[in-house]
Unconditional design. Structure first.
Length: 310
């Protein structure tokens, strides 16, 4: 998939999912909601301060009859109500509004009404860059601080499943480190080598995985050739797996602010995707994140339907 425009075109407009937005009284959030509805890619249930939400709907010229609104002024309770809509199958996606990340995740992980599963939750960011020929996935830039090997396995598997869900049938995963050789004093390189060998032996399925790879080798054929790296992944990565949150966060912001990349991001591993953008993100980033979540849900439902027919 080469661009977000291509991604948006793949969304089936005939049966779009409903998104529950927690604490929706924010201009950027509702601008993204408006654009998503104009494109016909989602329906919305807005949870938050009803008076503020309706004032913003009027300001943005959004017809109140196009959305559902549930009043709740307390941010945690609004988050819990939005999560409940998803857990009761009244919505299929949860979206963070103008609320701290810790608050929405507390609701998502609530033992009584939350969306937790046996899987680990992880953050997926997707970038469109002028000088890269396809969309590029980066994980994990926002959830897991310093994952150990067992956690890294789950993060990689989450990224592979997500790639499948947006139409990348055999993603190429580059395990990023500072160098492309194994150094026993650098755990990042030894963990990458283990993950790559696990993929070779079929313990991690559905992708071509290689590492350790330095960033230049992962995305540049020329750099890989210069260093004599023979790999199906080098220079052609679909997924960049970073070793910790600090690396991921710096890479994420560098791509956005220096490379002027377009970006969308969601959290996976729960019963439903969580659109978890930063409060500083533009409405375009929020719209693209909505699109990613919608496409992943639609393709997941399509696969599940095919399995039932068989």
């Amino acid at each position: 998939m080469k661009s977000f425009q291509e991604m948006l075109r793949k969304i089936n407009r005939e049966k779009v999912p409903e998104i529950a937005v927690a604490v929706a009284e924010d201009t950027e959030i509702l601008q993204a909601v408006k654009e998503a509805m104009d494109l016909g890619i989602a329906r919305f249930h807005l949870v938050g301060n009803q008076e503020k939400i309706k004032a913003l709907l009027s300001e943005l010229m959004i017809d109140e009859n196009q959305v559902k609104v549930t009043h709740e002024e307390d941010p945690l309770q609004a988050s819990l109500k939005a999560v409940t809509l998803v857990s009761q199958d009244k919505a299929e996606i949860i979206m963070k509004g103008i609320v701290p990340t810790a608050t929405i995740l507390k609701a998502v992980l609530d033992k009584e009404i939350g969306l937790r599963t046996s899987r680990m939750m992880s953050h997926i960011a997707v970038f469109e860059l002028e000088q890269y020929p396809k969309l590029l996935i980066v994980t994990d830039a926002a959830m897991n601080i310093a994952p150990k090997l067992e956690q890294k396995i789950q993060i990689v598997e989450n990224a592979i499943q997500f790639a499948h869900s947006i139409g990348i049938s055999l993603p190429k995963v580059a395990l990023i480190a500072a160098i492309e050789t194994i150094n026993l004093n650098m755990e990042t390189t030894t963990d990458a080598a283990i993950l790559a060998k696990m993929a070779d032996r079929g313990q991690i399925k559905g992708a071509v995985i290689d590492g350790p790879l330095a960033l230049d080798n992962a995305i540049s054929f020329e750099a890989a050739r210069h260093k004599g790296i023979m790999s199906q992944v080098a220079g052609d990565a679909d997924i960049l797996f970073v070793p910790n949150l600090e690396v991921g966060n710096v890479l994420y912001k560098s791509l956005v602010y220096f490379a002027k990349a377009k970006v969308g991001a969601i959290v996976v591993g729960a019963k439903a995707p969580v659109v978890l953008t930063s409060r500083a993100d533009s409405h375009e980033a929020k719209l693209l994140s909505i699109g990613l979540a919608v496409l992943s849900v639609q393709n997941k439902n399509k696969i599940a339907g095919s399995d039932r027919e068989e």
